[in-house]
Design a protein around this ligand. Structure first.
Ligand code: PMP
Length: 360
């Protein structure tokens, strides 16, 4: 087999090796069924067990009660930018958005198509390098939407924002869902694409409180209503079966690590080590404000665009891939999701140290 290298990509991203091995072993035959996981009918008994186990593990690990639906959808987090306002925002209502990066801006733009929007805070003034400390809400928001981790700008909310009493809190947690314990009762709806911490691309996890499902409009297209998925256990039509299977494997792996508190501990150690190096470096500098730093996506620069490029190329030669920062920020981005191994952080620091020696 070709040797695997360290993959710092922002998503799709690296998956635990044990998960990949188990998926590989079940490609030709899922257990003893004689039919591979990619080939099973979504109505088969074997697949139903996979589907139910993935949902049960989501509930167990994140402590999700029967007051919520756990749904597996398609269309990415980007479709949720539309489905959230379509289902929760009436024409004459206002939804409040915390704008902390490009993904929040995209979510906001979709809400504008459905009703009124109010920007409760924004960090655009400094190219989204921080999480604002205060928000100003509209008088009775239909819901408040925020992005818990800003994948591109490397910033993260350290806790849920305080919202006006009774306002449903909605979160795009695409890049930190299941990377730390989830205080689910704070949320009315939380969603994320699977392709960072949870599995392959093609599945979007939506956890939504029952009252929001029931209260949604009934005149939307069938596939755009949450009740369609809730009523049929995410099996109204053919779900992304392989993706849901891999999510189940990743969740089993998280459970084996000790659950969400345990993976958070390792995620924190990885990020702290990298930030500590960056803080003392005379060549590299982190781009996010200290109190807003993401544990998932560590963004940094050499403070010289040509050297950034040189470092990314040099790192790639050393088997450290996917470090180029998003074009709107430049520099580098090291994504350290659950499955990213601590040894990869050591290898990156080693590469930076050598680069610094050569490039002053
Ligand atoms: N929100 C966030 C925070 C993201 O990081 C991404 C993807 N990188 C998206 C939304 C869009 O997700 P998708 O590509 O699954 O639509």
């Amino acid at each position: 087999m070709t040797e695997r290298i360290y993959n710092f990509a922002a998503g799709p991203a690296c998956l635990p090796i044990e998960v990949l091995e188990e998926a590989r072993d079940n490609l030709l035959s899922l257990g003893k069924t004689g039919i591979g996981i990619l080939e099973h009918s979504h109505r088969s008994k074997a697949y139903m067990a996979v589907h139910e186990e993935a949902e049960a593990l989501c509930r167990e690990l994140a402590g999700i009660s029967e007051d919520y639906q756990v749904l597996f959808l398609q269309g990415g987090a980007s479709l949720q930018f539309s489905m959230v306002p379509m289902n929760l925002l009436a024409r004459d209502q206002t939804a409040d958005y915390l704008v902390t990066g490009a993904w929040s801006q995209k979510a906001l733009a979709e809400a504008r198509r459905c009703g009124n929007v109010h920007i409760a805070c924004s960090s655009e003034d400094r190219n989204f390098c921080y999480i604002p400390k205060t928000c100003t809400f509209s008088s009775r928001p239909a819901y408040v939407h925020f992005t818990s981790n800003n994948t591109i700008f490397g910033t993260e909310f350290t806790r849920e924002p305080d919202v006006p009493a009774g306002a449903p809190l909605v979160c795009d947690a695409s890049s930190d869902l299941f990377s730390r314990p989830l205080p689910i009762s704070r949320y009315a709806l939380i969603y994320g694409g699977a392709q960072k911490n949870l599995g392959p691309s093609g599945v979007t996890l939506v956890v939504i409180r029952n009252d929001l499902v029931e209260g949604g409009p009934k005149d939307l297209g069938t596939m755009l209503q949450y009740r369609t998925y809730a009523g049929e256990h995410s099996l109204y039509n053919t779900p992304p079966t392989f993706g849901i299977y891999v999510i189940g494997l990743v969740l089993k792996w998280i459970k084996k690590q000790g659950g969400l508190a345990a993976v958070e501990k390792v995620n924190r150690q990885k990020a702290d080590k990298l930030y500590s190096y960056l803080d003392q470096s005379r060549r590299f500098r982190p781009t996010a404000d200290r109190d807003s730093r993401s544990l998932m996506n560590v963004t940094f620069v050499t403070q010289d665009a040509a050297l950034d490029e040189k470092f990314v190329a040099r790192a790639k030669q050393a088997g450290l891939d996917g470090l180029k920062g998003h074009r709107s920020v430049g520099g580098m981005r090291a994504s350290l999701y659950n499955a990213f191994p601590p040894a990869g952080v050591d290898a990156l620091i080693q590469a930076m140290r050598e680069f610094e020696r050569e490039n002053g």
